[in-house]
Write a new protein. Sequence first.
Length: 139
Amino acid sequence: MGKINQRVRIGRIVFLALAIIFTLCVVAQLFFAGMATFISPVNWGKHMIFAHLFGFNIPVVMLVFAFIGALPRFAYWQLFGILISMFLMYFTANITTMLPWLSAMHPIFAVLLFILSCSIVLNVWKCTFDNKNIQKGEA
């Protein structure tokens, strides 16, 4: 098996690091929501502000490193799923007054986002560090 070039390897490692950071941010968001629900509604401010800090910023940068790292198609599809989930999170958070039943889907999309972010970490980890798949870029 040949080695992948340095640019691709670095791109994959940076993508993986960003995916891990994104997943930790999703966990922090769940924690802030729990603080707002069980401790004090004042904590909704932290939940809102933090979402704006990482929500679309990290996935867009991840997309750049997906290209640099020549990642397989699964990474782009999972990243697309994360971006769609983020859109749905914003949509359901802001539709509360018009369609309250739809805004109740917000925590369900949060769970989906968590599952997708964990999945992309695991799959890119395998793609980056599994010697059998490094050459072909397959997962």
